[in-house]
Design a protein. Sequence first.
Lengths: 138, 124
Amino acid sequence: MEREFEVAGGDFVNAGYASAKVKEIVKSIGFSPEAVRRIAICSYEAEVNIVLYAKRGKMKLSVYEDYAVLHVKDEGPGIEDIELAMQEGYSTATPEMRELGFGAGMGLPNIKKNSDIFTIISEPGKGTELRIMIRNEK
Amino acid sequence: MKLEEIRKILGAVVIVGKEEMEKEVNCACSSDLMSDVLAFAKPGALLLTGLTNIQSVRTAEIADIKAIVYVRGKQPDEAAVKLAKEKKIPLLSTPLRMFEACGRLYMAGLRGVGEVEEKVAANK
């Protein structure tokens, strides 16, 4: 099963709407509560990143028998130093972003921590692409 | 700990979920940074925060947080209230500051998400 969501950059009020749907879907399919939670957290962090940094982006959820894959692609500024961006606490967020409760440099590390396989491809000026795989462990 | 007991300890008002005060939380966490909450919170926890926008409720929904207490008498904004009603996530507001609110709940026996984890690990 596949579902694709469009995410608009800058639309802070609706940030998380797609991830709430993602959570509903994997829950209704019968994924374990722990797997549902991990998928939801990865999705939400990725969605918030699009809203904060990119013009727009897409999130595709693919659900298989034992795992789910989130493919996230944005039209954002891209990341210069991925290794640095993966460090907890490193952030390029503006004070305005921090006032919204995000931009503490935990987003990408959180996604990595909650996923079984995580890949990130990014280049300045070309946007960022994430692939997140999460097993449905019973 | 029941939400009703938490309400009394904190002298809090209920903004959403008056009929849900019999629900229980098993631990608590406090932060204004939602990514921290997503990183450390446990399902069934209470969240104490000073962040009043819609993402406080969205974070609760995503991370299976049972209820939110806003500190320093803060009121959640309209979009947050609307989403909380829709998702049945109780919202309370206490006049106490974050440290005092957490301290009173801790003294009353509510524990942090880290300690609940340690207990689970010790029992294994």
